[in-house]
Write a new protein. Structure first.
Length: 599
């Protein structure tokens, strides 16, 4: 087995659960079939194994260093990113006319999971770049697409997103970065941006910053934010580049994900920093949210991938580490058993498996929604996919990062004292994952977004669609008697979620907005558990069908492992929603009523 992720599981998710083959019957993907999709996955695994995974520990131990002239990074990183670009992975999903493979987003996301599991710091550079290019594909002018989007898809330019500022953080309405119009239609950008991943390096010919700033006549708050494309270097008209006065003000020294540069940038320091408006004035935040939502899905996927790597390492360790004997063994001279033989170790491994394979299923399902939104035959189906994707995005980000970190914690526990040392990768993976509940909008922000906005969209249309799809899955489980209890438990869970949602919304309708949202984090956990249970029942349905068709002989352990993990999640994890529902339904005021002075 690979050291960091299971290709067998990815192919099961992509083909057996999500039926990606039927996407290849649509016009956009008609150049592809199962063999080309598996070819992309196989190539991703080969490059991740040979170019990304081997230097992950070295990249962590040698964080970026500014020598006074440039940011220095280990040479293996550049080699990995060159191999990534040459294989075309910057543009797996992009149009053929832009040099892309035009693969389904489902397959592109599965490839991204492979690279993230191998080395998340290294994978973050191209993932951010693709997201920036995708934004310009929608909102950029033809010239901006030629100048910036295409080079990003080619891997010659890298991209960033520049939102937060040192004084503002997530409160984007308070940003001060300014854009002064010039006579030639460009803008002078001036201000500072903080927490910019990939903001300064020598890994590419250029860095394309997508910057939120305010025009002189902008209305106050978030309604006055515009979006600008700001290159690190601007073309000088002679085939070369000149400095665009984007200055590195400092590197942030991080707990994890040390291999991706994170920095404070000053725009317009020492000279004119020139940018171009993207899209309409004062519509920048709405436009940036296209990249932000993609980044949130990538955070969820990355969280799952890093947790998956921890699971695989701890699984391999548990299968090879002898220690102790079974409690009913009386002979102290009897051979020790591998620790995987101990029930409590299997508990920790089962919980990891249920989190990472359930979370991966949810993230890839979200990717399938991207494909449906873009290519479904009927407009109503495209719209339904759009609504469902909006609803699931904060859950993918928050649930996967919250519980993925718990999975990484369990990986350390399985290794015991060795897990707490730098001699094994699981402590590094925990550190790498710790940022994911924070960046691209903290999990608290995601929970408020989910409860305060997403479940109520279009009079609850997204929520109604979700409930219908879950009940369709429950009905499909009727073909497999062994899944009857799980189906009944999920039916009760989705009803409980629906009723809890309505009770909370009633408080909001009465004007008790702060109370309505006070315990939204608990709601997010409850909502996520129901979604993951749904994804596990989908996987169990597929596994049971394959066993019934005779595939259980060749894939016996894998398919029965799916059924065991599904059973674990339904027996051990899903019941946790009941106390959460009780707390939410009684509109507990403990957190809201506690005064700051008391803390």
């Amino acid at each position: 087995m690979s050291d960091f992720i299971s290709l067998e599981d990815i192919e099961f998710q992509v083909f057996d659960v999500l039926d990606t083959e039927n996407l290849c019957e649509r016009d956009r993907f008609s150049d592809h079939d199962r063999s080309t999709c598996t070819g992309a996955l196989d190539l991703a695994m080969r490059i991740a194994t040979s170019e990304f995974f081997p230097h992950a520990a070295k990249l962590d131990a040698n964080e970026p260093h500014y020598d006074g002239t440039k940011v220095e990074l280990i040479p293996e990183l550049a080699n990995a990113l060159t191999a990534f670009a040459e294989a075309g992975f910057h543009a797996t999903h992009a149009d053929h006319e832009h040099g892309g493979m035009q693969l389904p987003a489902t397959v592109a996301s599965a490839c991204a999971a492979i690279f993230a599991a191998a080395n998340l710091s290294a994978a973050s550079y191209p993932l951010l770049t693709s997201a920036a290019a995708n934004l310009l594909a929608i909102f950029g002018t033809d010239q901006q697409k030629r100048d910036y989007m295409v080079p990003m898809y080619e891997g010659r330019y890298f991209g960033t997103m520049c939102l937060s500022e040192p004084h503002a953080g997530s409160s984007l309405g308070d940003i001060r970065c300014s854009a002064q119009p010039m006579d030639n239609g460009n803008y002078r950008i001036r201000g500072s941006k903080m927490w910019i991943s990939g903001g300064e390096h020598e890994l590419s010919e250029n860095i394309v910053h997508l910057v939120l700033a305010k025009l002189p006549d902008a209305p106050p708050g978030v309604k006055g934010i515009s979006l600008f494309v700001v290159p690190r270097r601007r073309e000088n008209g002679n085939g070369g580049y000149e400095d665009n006065h984007v200055a590195l003000a400092g590197l942030n020294h991080k707990m994890g994900q040390r291999g991706i540069v994170n920095c404070l940038l000053n725009f317009g320091e020492g000279g004119d920093c020139i940018g171009q408006l993207v899209g309409e004035p004062n519509r920048g935040l709405a436009q940036m949210f296209h990249m932000m939502n993609e980044a949130r899905l990538e955070v969820g996927l990355g969280s799952v991938a890093v947790a998956y790597a921890g699971y695989r390492h701890s699984l391999a360790y548990a299968a090879q580490r002898p220690q102790g004997r079974h409690p009913d063994q009386r002979d102290p001279q009897a051979s020790q058993v591998m620790i995987i033989e101990h029930a409590d170790v299997r508990r920790m491994l089962l919980r990891q498996k249920s989190i990472v394979e359930g979370g991966l299923a949810l993230c890839l399902y979200a990717a399938r929604l991207v494909d449906e939104e873009r290519t479904a035959a009927q407009q109503q189906d495209r719209h339904a996919a759009h609504l469902l994707l909006e609803l699931l995005t904060p859950v993918c980000k928050a649930w996967c990062s919250h519980y993925g970190l718990q999975a990484n914690e369990l990986a350390i526990q399985v290794l015991g004292g060795y897990g707490y040392t730098r001699d094994y990768p699981v402590e590094r993976l925990y550190r790498d994952n710790r940022i994911n509940p924070i960046h691209e909008g903290t999990n608290g922000i995601q929970s408020i977004d989910l409860l305060g906005r997403k479940v109520a969209m279009e009079n609850g249309a997204a929520m109604s669609t979700l409930v219908r799809l879950v009940k369709d899955c429950i009905a499909a489980a009727g073909a497999h008697p062994a899944l009857a209890k799980h189906a009944a438990d999920l039916a009760n869970a989705v009803d409980l979620l629906d009723n809890t949602t309505k009770a909370l919304q009633a408080a909001g309708a009465r004007g008790e907005v702060r109370l309505f949202l006070a315990n939204s984090h608990v709601y997010m956990e409850m909502f996520g558990h129901v979604l993951i249970a749904w994804q596990w029942l989908r996987q169990a349905n597929a596994a049971a069908a394959l066993i019934a068709a005779g595939d259980g002989v060749a894939r016996h352990d894998f398919l029965h492992g799916k059924l065991a993990a599904c059973r674990y999640f339904f027996e051990w994890e899903l019941p946790d929603i009941e106390p959460k529902a009780r707390l939410l339904a009684r509109l507990d005021r403990t957190c809201l009523d506690t005064l700051p002075e008391w803390l």
